[in-house]
Write a protein that binds this ligand. Structure first.
Ligand SMILES: Nc1ncnc2c1ncn2[C@@H]1O[C@H](COP(=O)(O)OP(=O)(O)O)[C@@H](O)[C@H]1O
Ligand SMILES: [Mg+2]
Length: 363
């Protein structure tokens, strides 16, 4: 998969910019605040319909304007070129077109472009709370099986409705509400179990790659594991019956995949509390690499790699090890500072105050 061209209008700091992009390693260089990350963010938006910086779409629209536009031509592995156009208005729905045909459902864009993003914030996957790890595994699932997005959306909707019902019960269920809750419980049991099964299957698929990627990036062998810690045991339908009193009392769904944890271990110890910062960074990179490897191995896609400022946080040894561990294909990396000597970009783009110019490779 390859991004051939990228055109932005009123996206973040860019009033208008148009780039052609090539295969191989492209370094996007420039001082801080010039607009490097904004370019990667635009590409990741069309891949995942959201910013990898975790901000709402509204933040992506250039201040003082009404709508942002991202336009990209993408070369699929089968040799087809597709034109993707996304318009993000401040008011109203996003408009998404592929080959000038409006998509019936915006979510149909998922899977058309696949990216793997590496960012310094990934450290939070290891150090932060369980919600970040759930988001990571769920996004990896959508990359692995784009149709999983529908299941994820179902789960969100079911939990929203179930929680609204529990909240409105104010601690006491009347007969009608109890009947409605039965209906949501059946849906939650079904979809919740499906989400948990899918997550556990993917973690098992990733396990060998995760161990290998960790060893490669950390440059030392360690036993790295992910352990899925569910918020319920046994059958989810039965567990929901058992937790009903508690759910009603607290006005919220206390069990389900939205309360599960993915425990990360290095050696025999929890990485969150016991690993050094360097080990945590290596593990975060390995999580990204192993999810990417599964998508490739399954033949789903060859994601475009987007590396946002990752070298600034790594010691030179780890930085070179990461470069060696990256799969081939299109790789776009931003940096404000240095590149490891082993990184020989095929192309260098320089960003100065929202203007992108070609700089000679190696300069
Ligand atoms: N919605 C927006 N409208 C206008 N400018 C924005 C918007 N969002 C971010 N910016 C500007 O974009 C710049 C940051 O761009 P970024 O790509 O993060 O820089 P870097 O080169 O450091 O990666 C900042 O100057 C910021 O003020
Ligand atoms: Mg940046």
């Amino acid at each position: 998969m390859q991004i051939r061209t990228l055109e932005l209008q009123n996206f973040r700091s860019y009033e208008a910019v148009a780039l052609s992009l090539t295969d191989g390693l492209t370094a996007i260089v420039g001082e801080n605040g010039q607009g490097k990350t904004n370019l990667l963010e635009a590409i990741s938006w069309i891949a995942g319909m959201g910013s990898f910086r975790g901000v709402p779409d509204d933040a992506l629209i250039r201040l003082g304007t009404d709508a942002a536009v991202v336009r990209a031509t993408v070369l699929s592995p089968d040799g087809r070129e597709q034109l993707i156009e996304a318009e993000l208005p401040r008011i109203g729905r996003n408009r998404i077109q592929v080959n000038r045909q409006r998509l019936a459902r915006a979510r149909d864009l998922l899977g058309v472009v696949q990216v793997t993003v590496f960012s310094p914030d990934d450290l939070e996957l290891v150090k932060g709370g369980p919600a970040l790890r759930r988001r990571w595994i769920d996004e990896a699932l959508v990359s692995r099986h784009p149709k999983h997005d529908a299941t994820r959306a179902d789960l969100e909707r079911i939990l929203k409705q179930r929680n609204a019902l529990l909240r409105s019960a104010h601690g006491r269920l009347d007969t009608d509400a109890a009947f409605t809750l039965d209906v949501w419980d059946a849906k939650l049991a079904h979809t919740g179990q499906a989400v948990r099964d899918a997550r556990e299957t993917l973690l098992a698929e990733m396990a060998p790659g995760l161990a290998g990627a960790y060893d490669a990036v950390a440059r030392e062998a360690a036993q790295v594991e992910t352990i899925y810690e569910p918020s319920w045991h046994g059958d989810l339908a039965e567990a929901l019956v058992a937790s009903r009193d508690q759910d009603v009392r607290r006005g919220v769904s206390t069990i389900g995949p939205h309360r599960d944890e993915i425990m990360l271990r290095i050696g025999a110890a929890p990485a969150r509390t016991h690993a050094s910062q360097g080990e945590q960074r290596s593990l975060a990179l390995a999580l990204r690499l192993s999810a990417d490897a599964v998508v490739r191995a399954a033949g789903v896609a060859e994601p475009v790699l987007l590396l946002d400022d990752v070298f600034s946080e790594l010691d030179p040894g780890r930085a070179e090890a990461l470069l060696d561990a990256l799969p081939g294909g299109q790789r776009l990396l931003t940096t404000a500072a240095w590149l490891p000597p082993a990184a020989v970009p095929d192309r260098v783009l320089r960003v100065v105050d929202g203007t992108v110019t070609e700089a000679s490779a190696g300069a």
